[in-house]
Design a protein around this ligand. Structure first.
Ligand code: FMN
Length: 754
């Protein structure tokens, strides 16, 4: 083995959960034991653990702080794109209505040593990547997963997860893991953890509403009674009674957590009431603790919302055919299942604008260029959007959440089923129509939506289906909302429809150009999604909007930073990029940036190693056919000619000819194995961008197998290259084990971006 090989062999294999151990056997949770011991919970065996001294100090701290009479509530937010943080802020507001000693901390700022002094730990966490913790929460996650002590002994906890059921088995994986581990760390669960799907508002609100009474009970808070009643706070020294809204409302957001590595955790000084942090409703709830208005579990019909929507969304109706549950376009840089970012909530009136709403800016559609051949069965466009005034400050790899308007075709399709015979022009119906058209996701299906549909519409057959969660999830994944309306007929009063749909209408797209124009021009690579399933036609909601909207249309978007998908900090570090179709978008931005930064052409020969090519990059582009789908072909070839790209390969799945034969990227990767290993050994960063979690996972697996085979070839004993039998298999197993460790290390080093 080479030096590199030795290093990687020893240093932990990456598990499904991204955890590392010393000699890595993989456990259920993907954890590794030092001596190859597997434990039920995926905890480590001997090494990689915190020392005795640290454990001891935690125990001391716990006995010092718990039971001292103070009940502190910590709300821990692990969020990448802001959704969990938003929910955590709403939870903060809800708790702070009756309990002042509450604090919100973001996971990235959380000192893990504090766990041993937590009294009440409420966590809101999303799942990101491929079943991974959100960016910034890795340290906390590592700690919680590997901790062998019981720092939460005597504490209570509850976990709420945000996720997207498109991610199958990884759906809310983080919430499940944190919840299970907190119990193993000694915590007492307040209530079952919650799992929200992409339209998280209602589920999050319902979970909070279910959790709060248990919390009040735990804290000894009496919240019965109506307006003006005081809140009793039992067991808190010096604070026996405290009125709502009065002095002492100190619910707060904290980003200070003390330095990492302190053995004696200290809570940060909590300042006095921060009016901005805690919104105290003007009126008291009648009998139960009120959720902030933005968290009402079932949104009240808000027929005015269409008028509340930004004027940019009130452009004239344009006609387009039907739509689909899942747009498949360039929202990759990440995973590609187009998770709704949840940034657009125009029909609600939260007390304070959400982070995303604050970031929202107006753009004008100024250009649309067809990238695929005319007449091809797939249409991919570059969409050009110009910001009116200031640009947005983004980095290559970042995404935008684009707010779209539903087509009249999908609206009419749904209305004809749900409101048969209704005159669309009567005021009530027209208002609902406009609200849904401009502010709701009426295409993307999931369990939560199906449940609301069944409850409100009363379809008995659907209720039977919903009794089987797995089957219902499958149905939701494979059938867009239009199919649901057609398969399970139910009729509604117009306003009831408002409660069926999630109040959001955004889709994520990777930005396809570098911010060289000061961030005033945003380009997206968008496939107009049209497909046929179960004998019916569907279209993507946002992709068809972008594909059909007249030039000059005003539309709004907000920046979604994507810290996982960054170019190497070292400008000289080479990049290997694998792009599937329109998922080439972020790589186009990368390459534009490289050209700008490097300033002049490099002159790497074809198939040059990164050193020979002076840091040029390597792009492997995969699509169906070179004649129809070679996106940005001219640009790519130019970049290749001038050395920005020192290597350009293409893999075509529907082609026989000079440029290749029909194969998928997974089948082609073994061919590149030796070169990939060489590039990676020389410090290259590896990027995979495509649509769909399962596809990306299978590419990562193929990459691992290709590196294993390359490693085997590199270290083959002459004459036994393709050894068969027991010996050959054992060698291949070792190579695979080595490659898993290698890939794991790449990820740990921040050099594998999926
Ligand atoms: C790149 C990416 C990867 C994701 N991976 C998962 C996943 O593996 N499992 C899951 O349940 N949800 C996944 N999601 C969905 C997010 O958890 C969901 O959008 C959530 O609302 C984000 O919350 P946050 O903004 O607090 O991070 C993913 C979303 C993105 C953008």
């Amino acid at each position: 083995m080479s030096d590199m090989a030795d290093a990687h062999g020893a240093a932990g294999m990456r598990s499904e959960d991204g955890m590392h151990g010393a000699a890595g056997m993989r456990s259920e949770d993907g954890m590794h034991g030092a001596a190859g011991m597997r434990s039920e919970d995926g905890m480590h065996g001997e090494a990689g653990m915190r020392g005795e001294a640290e454990i001891h100090s935690e125990t001391e701290t716990r006995s010092e702080t718990r039971g001292s009479g103070r009940r502190h509530v910590t709300i821990l937010a692990a969020s990448e794109t802001g959704n969990s943080l938003e929910v955590a802020e709403q939870l903060l507001n809800a708790v702070a209505q009756f309990w002042s000693d509450v604090e919100l901390v973001e996971a990235a700022d959380y000192d893990t040593a504090r766990l041993s002094s937590e009294d009440v730990l409420l966590m809101v966490t999303s799942t990101q990547g491929m079943g991974e913790p959100p960016y910034g929460a890795e340290r906390l996650h590592d700690y919680v997963m590997t901790c062998r002590d019981t720092p939460l002994d005597g504490a209570v906890f509850a976990v709420l997860g945000l996720g997207d059921s498109d991610y199958g088995d990884d759906f809310n994986r983080m919430a499940r893991q944190f919840d299970r581990r907190y119990e193993q760390l000694g915590g007492r669960r307040l209530i079952e953890h919650g799992e929200c799907d992409y339209d998280y508002d209602a589920t999050a609100a319902a979970w909070i509403e279910a959790m709060l009474p248990v919390l009040w009970d735990e804290l000894g808070v009496d919240v019965r009674g109506g307006e003006g009643h005081s809140v009793e706070r039992h067991g808190v020294e010096g604070h026996s009674v405290e009125g709502r809204g009065g002095e002492g409302h100190r619910g707060e957001r904290s980003s200070a957590s003390g330095g990492e590595g302190r053995t004696q955790p200290q809570r940060p000084e909590r300042p006095a009431a921060d009016a901005a942090a805690v919104t105290t409703p003007a009126t008291m709830p009648a009998s139960t603790p009120a959720l902030p208005s933005s968290m009402a579990p079932a949104e009240a019909p808000q027929t005015a919302s269409a008028l509340d929507a930004p004027s940019s969304l009130r452009h004239p109706i344009h006609h387009a055919p039907v739509t689909t549950a899942r747009d498949e376009s360039s929202a990759c840089a990440t995973s590609g299942s187009m998770p709704d970012s949840g940034f657009a909530r125009p029909s609600k009136a939260p007390a304070a604008a959400s982070h995303a709403e604050a970031r929202e800016c107006e753009t004008v559609l100024t250009g649309r260029t067809l990238l695929t051949a005319r007449g091809a069965d797939k249409q991919v466009f570059t969409i050009r959007l110009e910001l009116a005034d200031a640009g947005i400050d983004y980095r290559p790899g970042d995404m935008v959440a684009v707010r779209y308007v539903n087509s009249d075709e999908i609206m009419e399709r749904l209305f004809s089923r749900a409101l048969p015979g209704q005159d669309m022009h009567t005021t009530g119906v027209a208002d609902v129509y406009e609200t849904l058209r401009t502010s709701r996701d009426v295409t993307k299906n999931n369990l939560a939506l199906m449940t609301r549909y069944a409850q409100i519409g009363g379809n008995k057959r659907l209720k039977e289906l919903l009794a089987d969660e797995q089957q219902s999830r499958n149905y939701g994944r494979t059938h867009p909302v239009a199919a649901l309306f057609e398969d399970y007929l139910a009729t509604f009063a117009p306003e009831q429809l408002l409660d069926v749909f999630a109040a959001r209408n955004t889709r994520l797209y990777s930005i396809a150009n570098a911010p060289s124009a000061g961030g005033r021009v945003i380009e997206l690579t968008v496939t107009a999604v049209r497909y046929r399933a179960h004998g019916r036609e569907y279209r993507g909601a946002c992709t068809s909007y972008l594909a059909d909207a007249p030039i000059g249309t005003r539309l709004s978007l907000s920046l979604v930073p994507n810290p996982r998908f960054r170019m190497p900090q070292d400008d000289a570090a080479p990049m290997v990029m694998i792009a599937l179709g329109s998922a080439i978008a972020p790589f186009r931005a990368f390459l534009q940036e490289r050209k700008t930064v490097r300033g002049h052409a490099t002159s790497g020969p074809e198939h040059a190693s990164p050193q020979e090519s002076r840091g040029g990059d390597w792009l492997i582009f995969a699509d169906r056919s070179p004649d129809e789908d070679f996106l940005y072909r001219d640009e790519l070839e130019q970049w290749h000619d001038c050395g920005v790209l020192s290597r350009l390969d293409a893999v075509w799945s529907r082609h026989e000819g000079e440029l290749g034969h029909g194969e998928h990227i997974q089948d082609a990767l073994p061919r590149y194995g030796d070169d990939l290993l060489q590039w990676l050994d020389s410090g290259a960063h590896m990027y995979l961008c495509g649509h769909g979690h399962a596809v990306l996972q299978s590419i990562e697996d193929a990459l691992t197998r290709s590196l294993a085979a390359a490693h085997g070839r590199r270290h083959a004993v002459p004459g036994v290259v393709n050894a068969s039998g027991f010996f050959g298999q054992a060698m291949r197993d070792l190579d695979l084990q080595w490659a898993e460790g290698y890939v794991s290390q790449l990820r740990a080093d921040g050099r594998l971006h999926v």
